[in-house]
Design a protein around this ligand. Structure first.
Ligand SMILES: Nc1ncnc2c1ncn2[C@@H]1O[C@H](COP(=O)(O)OP(=O)(O)O)[C@@H](O)[C@H]1O
Ligand SMILES: [Mg+2]
Length: 479
């Protein structure tokens, strides 16, 4: 299922994974062997004794995958199984699925909106649109139908998108590539005819510090150390991406910044938008800091969309007329107008997230923190949310997003903070951070395809991060 919590059945990770094989009545050794295999495959070995409910979102998703891997059924159907996993964790799960398919002949059905995920995984791709099959075949053949794929809201691999853009500029004439390797071999030839000049730089605006964190350590009641001496300053007007492997402490940090969790260490200092959030009253915090949960359903309480957005304002005693006006505007901005009378939890994931986002935007906070707005919805919805946050950012809001989608980080963030085992591993502008793949690897992150492609080519001086930047370079180079 695409909701990993719905899978949890036991009180420890290990028992949870063993539940399926036990029910199959398998011999003990077989059960143990399968549980080990599944825990190893999903990197949950060290977490075997933990309570599943206390896992991070991505760890829960890994657990759901481990549970089905251990069953080894003859047909394995996975519905967007890796949306909450870190980039290299996704690769690992795909590797395991390939192995199960080859070694045990298990038929795998894997649903995804992201073509990059299936290119080297699937023997056959079936593209659905409004319940109908519109394309079918080998991945590389299907991929050539870019127009139709885009109409079906399929996300193309970045190198394919790049080739499509270059084709429109009459630079690219070959078949469309599916992988960095394929793109590289063609581009290397093309680049000989171009004089390459520096790409523009991202400018980082430095206002006054809006978030200040000192000596922040957090240990959960069960002894898990989630944050270790984090020190951090975020400035007004920054658009910050917080990235790092599953369980590295991102959500814990976000919850502390939003005042929802008190740091366990006494000497910790956490100031956000002028408030000491470890002491301030929630009523004051929510006016200045908006936080959208990793599982937005956890913050939706009302039976009607409009009421959900009105709730916070009503609590603050804003006059009814003003509430109606503000919420009306928000519904428009969030493209939720036609759903205002619907039950929020009956909407699709993308809209549910927008309802949760709306409920915090209603209060017009200075700092907006969104925890994995890109999971469980298609990439256009993700793009839409990131664009919306950019608009708010341009209007002066400070944005912090947590995500595993590195192409979105490259496109939107002015700064990237990389977490690893509760510490900050790297912090800087995206170009600098993405130029260090070996360090990112330690926290199971890999840069977006375009960065990989760029680094594999010789003669490009600045690290290009997005399709748009690449095309710009060709335009200037061809002058
Ligand atoms: N309520 C909780 N109780 C105990 N441990 C937790 C709880 N929430 C998270 N953890 C653990 O703390 C660590 C950091 O979790 P989290 O901040 O959610 O990670 P991320 O968001 O980076 O995936 C993980 O090891 C996770 O299992
Ligand atoms: Mg998280």
């Amino acid at each position: 299922l695409d909701d990993p919590e719905a899978h949890i059945v036991s009180f420890t990770v290990e028992e949870d994974v063993a539940f399926g094989p036990c029910n199959l009545g398998l011999p003990r050794e077989e059960i143990l062997e399968r549980v080990e295999f599944a825990l190893e495959a999903t990197r949950l070995g060290d977490l075997r004794d933990r309570n599943p409910y206390n896992l991070s979102g991505g760890e829960k998703q890994s657990l759901a995958i481990a549970g089905v891997l251990a069953m080894r059924p003859s047909v394995l159907a996975l519905d967007e199984p890796t949306s909450m996993l870190d980039p290299l964790g996704r690769e690992r799960v795909r590797g395991i699925l390939r192995e199960l398919n080859r070694r045990y002949g298990i038929t795998v059905v894997f649903s995804s909106y992201d073509f990059e995920e299936v290119v080297d995984l699937a023997d056959r791709v079936v593209v659905l649109r409004e319940g109908e099959i519109v394309l079918e075949g080998r991945p590389r053949e299907v991929l050539q139908n870019v127009e139709l794929l885009e109409k079906c809201r399929v996300k193309l691999p970045e190198v394919t998108r790049l080739a499509v853009a270059l084709r429109r500029m009459s630079v690219w004439r070959d078949p469309l590539p599916a992988t960095v390797e394929e793109a590289k071999s063609i581009l290397t030839g093309l680049l000989r005819n171009y004089v390459l000049r520096e790409a523009g730089r991202l400018e980082t605006r430095h206002g006054k510090p809006v978030i200040t964190v000192r000596k922040l350590t957090h240990v959960y009641p069960d002894g898990v150390v989630a944050l270790r001496d984090v020190n951090l300053e975020i400035y007004g007007g920054e658009y910050v991406a917080l990235i790092g492997q599953n369980g590295s402490g991102k959500s814990t940090l976000a919850r502390i910044l939003a005042g929802l969790l008190k740091p366990s260490s006494r000497e910790a200092e956490v100031r956000v938008a002028g408030l000491d959030v470890t002491k301030a009253r929630m009523k004051d915090i929510v006016r200045r800091i908006g936080y959208v949960f990793q599982i937005p359903e956890h913050q939706i309480f009302h039976s009607v969309v409009r009421e959900e957005l009105e709730f916070g304002l009503r609590n603050l005693g804003i006059p009814e007329e003003e509430i109606k006006r503000r919420v009306g505007e928000l519904l428009k901005v969030l493209e939720l107008e036609e759903y205002e009378d619907e039950w929020p939890l009956a909407l699709d994931r993308g809209k549910r997230l927008r309802v949760a986002l709306g409920s915090i935007l209603a209060l017009d906070p200075e700092v907006i923190i969104v925890d994995e707005p890109t999971t469980g919805q298609d990439w256009r919805d993700s793009l839409y949310v990131c664009e919306l946050l950019r608009k708010l950012n341009e209007g002066g809001k400070t944005i912090l997003i947590i995500t595993h989608e590195m192409d979105l980080v490259a496109k939107f963030a002015t700064r990237v903070i990389v977490m690893h085992e509760g510490r900050i591993l790297m912090d800087g502008d995206p170009r600098r951070v993405f130029s260090k793949p070996e360090i990112l690897r330690r926290t199971w992150v890999k840069p977006p395809q375009i960065v990989e492609l760029c680094q594999s080519l010789s003669g490009v001086e600045t690290l290009l991060m997005t399709v748009e930047e690449f095309c710009e370079m060709f335009k200037r180079g061809g002058e």
